[in-house]
Write a protein that binds this ligand. Sequence first.
Ligand SMILES: [Mg+2]
Length: 187
Amino acid sequence: MEDADLIGLFDMDDTLVDYTGGITCSLNAIKGENEPRYKSPIPRNPLNKTRVDVIRNVPGWWENLKRLKLGFDVYELAKELGYQLHVATQGPIASSNAWTEKFNWVQREIPEAIITITRKKSLIYGRFLVDDYPEFLEAWLNKRPRGIGIMPAHPHNEGFSHPRVVRYDGTNLDEVKEKLLWAKNRK
Ligand SMILES: [Mg+2]
């Protein structure tokens, strides 16, 4: 029988979705002839911020982003372990098109998942949250004293550590499995 309480939460950008890859590719498509090619991490400056804001408002941009393997490794594992699969993603204030396109992406790629688009991820219940962004993961863990965090490894979260978080870099799925089993079997 399905356990209604056995919920696993997945972030989208840089977890299930290759957001940084999409931004990098779009920035390279519009860069000046003499500018060096962009690569991750994208330098933070006012010009790049403007470019990224414009890119994020191009119709279809969010919907056409590619899958990210790091997140899908954990997604498939959670599915095998019998978790109900939920997407918990932040809706950006300055790109309302993203709210529709994130929904369409999930419908196309993982129609079995339930999606919540929110301004505050820490409100959402789950046994674990898979999220690349330290601030979101910490806020959620603070509200969920028994919750487990899985962090897909990226340059922007290098060095992050927390007693209830496994940083997954593609080589330590066993460690992730151990945590998800603990979260599943906890009393
Ligand atoms: Mg993210």
